[in-house]
Design a protein around this ligand. Structure first.
Ligand SMILES: [Zn+2]
Length: 327
């Protein structure tokens, strides 16, 4: 049996690949643009062709590969290895990925949603420290999460376990969420959510931002602008970040009190705010924790950045295939 894994991170603009050994050594990484035209019908054949070309160009041996794992947007049927409704890929109809990859490579093929796969990546080679009990939350345009409990990713009956972005955190003055509900974590803790909070704060108070850059942005600021202003002492910006941290801390405490994770990892674009984010989030999170959960859980920033997806996709082959064969 070989000792190599192929991980694929399929996204709306690019498709990333990694060849990784079972010991976590990254042998090679590459990427191709995602061609979403013509209802996304070129995407799968482009990926298959790219793997074949790259293996031939680099003199790699497909005979050493144990399996292929993939993280994808959209609704995933893990058993049948199909995807539907990945609108950023123009995939409106059912995509038979498992069938196409197995016909092309005669290798086992596994897939899961992108947040779950990124959680496996951070768990394997990043901040998750190979823990059997870790929560990964990604704060980007939206809020996603992957929950590893007793060594297994949680999926639930329809694969919606870990939709942490839709935990309700506001009931009174709640923003409408894209999911149809109101007051979801995503409406206050994603990059757009932080902007929502800032705009509401401006409307509700007579105060305004003092930070010159933020003032120059007018109504067109980003979450990063708010974080930067808060870091440099802008009072209103800091209040907005405190409010964001309070909601995120509350939602994370619900997850932690339920699952008792050893490590909670915060990733995604918003996590680039770094230690300042952790300093704000930690007290808001910890004040809501059950004492034993507090004693046993650590909050950390993600370490793999954009590589979490592709490394986690390779890790998916380990958790779904290699470990199960060994059990
Ligand atoms: Zn929602």
């Amino acid at each position: 049996m070989g000792d190599q894994l192929i991980g694929i991170d399929l996204g709306g603009t690019s498709c990333k690949f990694a060849l990784v050994t079972v010991d976590g050594q990254i042998l090679h990484q590459w990427a191709i643009p995602t061609r979403i035209e013509d209802k996304g019908q070129h995407i799968v054949s482009d990926m298959i062709q790219s793997i074949k070309e790259e293996f031939s160009r680099k003199n790699f041996d497909l005979g050493k590969v144990i399996g292929i794992g993939m993280g994808s947007p959209g609704q995933i049927d893990r058993k049948n290895r199909t995807v539907i409704g990945a609108y950023n890929l123009n995939w409106q109809e059912l995509q038979l990925l498992g069938q196409q990859f197995e016909e092309a490579f005669h290798l086992p093929f596994f897939m899961d949603n992108d947040a779950n796969v990124a959680a496996l990546g951070e768990r394997w080679l990043g901040a998750g420290n190979q823990s059997d009990n870790m929560i990964f939350v990604t704060l980007g345009t939206g809020v996603g999460s992957g929950l590893v409990t007793d060594g297994h990713l949680l999926h639930g009956v329809r694969g919606s376990a870990g939709e942490a972005g839709h935990i309700t955190v506001e009931r009174d003055k709640a923003f409408a969420c894209t999911c149809g509900k109101k007051g979801c974590l995503e409406t206050v803790a994603s990059a757009t959510g932080i902007v929502n909070l800032a705009k509401r704060a401006l409307q509700e108070t007579s105060a305004s931002f003092a930070d010159p850059h933020l003032l120059a942005c007018g109504n067109d600021f980003t979450a990063k602008d708010i974080f930067d202003a808060a870091k440099s002492g802008d009072r209103l910006a800091e209040e907005v970040i405190d409010e964001f941290a309070d909601y995120l801390g509350l939602a994370l405490s619900h997850l932690a009190n339920t699952l008792n994770p050893e490590i909670v990892v915060i990733g995604g674009g918003v996590s680039k705010a770094g230690n300042y984010l952790l300093e704000k989030l930690k007290p808001a999170y910890e004040k809501n924790l059950f004492p034993q959960v507090l004693e046993s859980s650590t909050l950390k920033l993600a370490q793999l950045g954009n590589d979490a997806g592709v490394i986690g996709a390779a890790a998916l082959v380990l958790t779904e295939f290699v470990q199960k064969e060994a059990e």
